[in-house]
Design a protein around this ligand. Sequence first.
Ligand SMILES: [Zn+2]
Length: 318
Amino acid sequence: MIIDSHVHIFSYPSFRDLSKQIRTMEDAIAFRTRYPDLYNCNLTEAPIDSTDELIADMDKNNIDFALVQARAGHVSNDLVAQAAKRHPTRMVALARIGHDQEAAGYHDDPGPAREQAPAELERALTTLGMLGIGEVFVRALTDKIHPEKIANDLSGVMRVAEKHKVPIQFPTAWSQFPGGLFYGDPVWADEVAGRHPTVPVILTKMGRSIERYFDTVMSVAMRNTNVYLDVVGTNPQHLRFAIDKLGPERIMFGTDWSTTWRWLSVPATLHQIRMKVLDDAKLTQAERKQILWKNAARLFKLDALLDGAQPRQAKHAR
Ligand SMILES: [Zn+2]
């Protein structure tokens, strides 16, 4: 059994084939600045459902189940919920807020977005049946730089997570999108996680193999037992270190599959790149199980869903 805990769905007509523009990770990072007109489609074109491509990639790479969330741009939680419901045995949806700003640039005044966020999350977690909160790019909700002030500004969304007992993801390190790099060093997340100890706080990408960010991620995770990590962009040394310090119960497999990242093809597919990190970190069988599916199943309460699902392979050795 493999659960991909980190997937972004929806695409745009102009992104249908990016095989020439995106081959390496460097291509993906530089996509926005190298092809500004093409990138702009995030903002000008109507989003199209990419879950059939996702299922094809999951099948090719033996991924059983995915936690999916909106990609950057004007992809509503309603669209994501509808798309996920087309594949009820293979995926379930997470809510997002502020991802329109992630693509378009952050508002000078984050106040209105911050005020609207709790109600939108409440709606997504009830009416739309979403099971958690996907990556929150913090600058969409605050322009503060002091950890306690950032935590004040995030208190509305954290209270919704608390009420519904669902995890929330915060990205670490860099992203391909404009602005907000300051918040990729998650020292502020210590204050947020400390104030809300019942909320699982997932620091996605665990610093993306950059020592400076990884050191902060580890410091925050070691002080707060409600902090979890995912393996997107990490390397075998960091993964091994994190498992040895935190235990394998606090780390989840994820790919960051999206309409742009799925084109990474040199020297291997996105899934193979992520899986090789697990192989090279020399995980035990027990560690593999925790990271590949058990932790995601526990945190997002997927057991009933997974039991009811018709597994892709007839019999899973769960
Ligand atoms: Zn992501």
